[in-house]
Design a protein around this ligand. Sequence first.
Ligand code: MEV
Length: 332
Amino acid sequence: MRVAASAPGKVTLFGEHAVVYGHPAIVAALDKRVYAYAEPRSDDVVKISAKDLRVPGLIVSYVGGELVLETDYGAVLPAIAYVSKAVEVAARYLDVRKGVNVEIRSEMPVGAGLGTSAAVAAATITAFAAAHGYELAGEEVANLAWEVEKGVQGIASPMDSSITALGGYLKISYGSGGAIERVALKVPKEPLLVVGYVERVARTKEMVELVRARLFENPDLYGEILRLIGRLAVEAEKALLRGDLRTLGSLMNVNHALLDALGVSTRRLNELVQVAREAGAYGAKLTGAGGGGCVIALAPENADAVEVAMRLHGSMVFRARLGAEGVRVEAL
Ligand code: MEV
C-alpha cells in the first residue's frame, strides 16, 4: 500500500549552536512541510526519488548498500543521504527486510537552516513504518530521526528531530549523559515572523565544526558566549509565555550578536538583520547554523515594510506561521 507522511520545518528562535553543548534552546514548528511517500516492494531494493528538492527529476537507486545516481547533479546528495539513512534506521528498528520506493517533496528550500534534514528523516521514517503496517509514537520518531542526523552529520543536537516529530513550540536541552528534556510551551501570542533566505556558503556540519574549533582554542571565552546564549533562551521562554514581544525582540538582537561573535554569521546575514530592524522589526537574528541561510525578523506591527525591505535586500522572503503539528501520516 502506498502511504504518505509529512513533517514540518522549524525555526530556531533561540539557542542554536549552544544547544549542541547542552544549553537550552527554543524552537518552533513551521507551517511548511516535507512529504514522504512510501510503497513497499516485493524485492529488497530501496528506490528513492526526490522531487521539489530544487533538482527536478532526480532518481537515486540504493541497491545492496550501493547508491546509484541517475543524474550528474551532486548538490542534492546531502538531502538524499538523509532519506537513505532514514530507511536504513527505520528498517533496522522495525526489523523489516523488504525494499521500498520512497518519494520526497518539500515545500521549503532544502539546507536553508529550516530543519529540512530532520523533517526529511522524520517523514521518511513515518512513511516507511506506515507502509509496513506500523505506527510510531512522536518520541520514537524524534529519537530515530536524531539517529539519522547523527549518522549523516556526525554531530547533531536533538533539537531539529524533536520539533519536527512533536511540533508546536519546544524548549529543548540535553545533558552530557544524553538525557533529552523536551518541554512543550503554550504560547499565548504567536510571534509574527518574516523569514528571509540568502544562499548558504557553508554547511551545518562546517559551522558546527567551526564553533567546536574555537571552543577548543579558547574554552573560557567561547564557553562563556555559549552559556550566555543558553541564558537568553531561559529569559526568552518567560517573555514568550507572557506574550512580551518587545522583550523577545531585544533578546533576539542579543542572540544574533552572540552568534556573530561565535563566527557563524556572514556579511549578508548581518545586513539582512540590520535592514529588518531599520524597517521596524522588534528584533532579528540569523536562525539555524549560519554561514548564510535564514534570518528571522519579529514584526508584529510592520510586517509589510519589513518584508519589502528584506526582499529589496535580495533575499527570498516569506511569512512564517509557527506552532504547526508535528510528523503525521497523511490521507492519500
Ligand atoms: C542547526 O539547525 C542548529 C545547530 O545548533 C546544530 C544542531 O543543533 O544540531 C547549529
